[in-house]
Ligand binder design. Structure first.
Ligand code: NI
Length: 137
């Protein structure tokens, strides 16, 4: 194993509590191992060849009462119609909406699209899950 470096960082107490709960519910022996694997998972996401064609799903959770947010998110999808295959909208409760957006395109373009969708105030969560189109499997 390479040399270990100890580091310290700041985190809000509620977020730390949630992290501790995740670690406790997992098979990891300690928090450090858990965090190292979280970092590795993020590295895998970034190792996608930016030019590789990928298939993906963007999942958004947002508050549709936020001013003009629904319209804005729709505009962004129209601006990227060459990437968007289909969208499913779910009304989660009186306030919250979820959208699952199927996308296909260069990995870098898909990443840019999710970055743009997650920026506006009122978007509570945005994830991009990518997979290969199968050509190179
Ligand atoms: Ni809705």
């Amino acid at each position: 194993m390479s040399d270990l470096v100890r580091l310290s960082f700041s985190i809000e107490q509620p977020l730390l509590t949630r992290l501790e709960n995740l670690v406790a519910a997992s098979d990891y022996n300690n928090r450090s191992e858990y965090i190292r694997d979280m970092i590795r998972a993020r590295l895998v996401e970034h190792e996608w060849d930016a030019n590789a064609e990928a298939l993906g799903t963007i999942t958004l959770v947002y508050d549709h009462h936020s001013r003009q947010l629904s319209d804005h998110l729709m505009d962004v999808q129209h601006d990227h119609h060459h990437l968007v295959l289909a969208t499913t909208h779910v009304h989660l409760d009186a306030h919250l909406c979820a959208e699952m957006i199927m996308v296909r395109g260069r990995a870098a373009e898909l990443q840019q699209l999710v970055n743009q969708l997650q920026k506006p105030k009122g978007v509570l969560h945005a994830t991009l899950s990518m997979t290969s189109t199968g050509k190179h499997l």
